[in-house]
Design a protein around this ligand. Structure first.
Ligand SMILES: [Zn+2]
Length: 133
């Protein structure tokens, strides 16, 4: 799936004054922090503020990932997962650390096609966080 059309529509709306920069640049602090620490820098300049190079974040989602579905993964991790899971979808989001512009750019399927059971649920630090909230 290619989301670039949707992205263009948002940008056009922004420059026509139909959407405010606040609507388009709504990266929450978590997303900005994630972009800073886990993002992979691209050569594309930010389409909104044009100051920064865009950073890409990749989220892996899939039933076979079990509790690990929805986590941010690096390209190297995705390479490994490709042989560990039958099927999962990767969502690539571009984020500008400067103005906060963020958008889903594209998604694609990965996996070796062999259906596996999700990993057994294990308790993680993130679960503890969840309980506290
Ligand atoms: Zn920007």
């Amino acid at each position: 799936m290619d989301y670039s059309l949707d992205r263009r529509a948002t940008l056009i709306a922004l420059f026509q004054g139909k959407a405010s920069a606040m609507d388009a640049c709504d990266a929450d602090p978590y997303l900005r922090r994630a972009a800073k620490h886990h993002g992979e820098r691209t050569q594309r300049p930010c389409p909104v503020c044009k100051k920064n190079k865009m950073v890409e974040l990749r989220y892996a989602f899939g039933d076979q990932l079990g509790q690990y579905s929805g986590r941010i993964k690096s390209l190297a991790e995705l390479d490994e997962m490709e042989n560990e899971f039958g099927e999962f979808r990767v969502y690539t989001v571009e984020v500008c650390g400067d103005c906060g512009w963020n958008h889903l750019v594209y998604s694609y399927l990965l996996g070796d096609g062999k259906v596996r059971k999700p990993p057994r649920k294990v308790r993680t630090l993130e679960d503890d966080d969840w309980v506290k909230r």
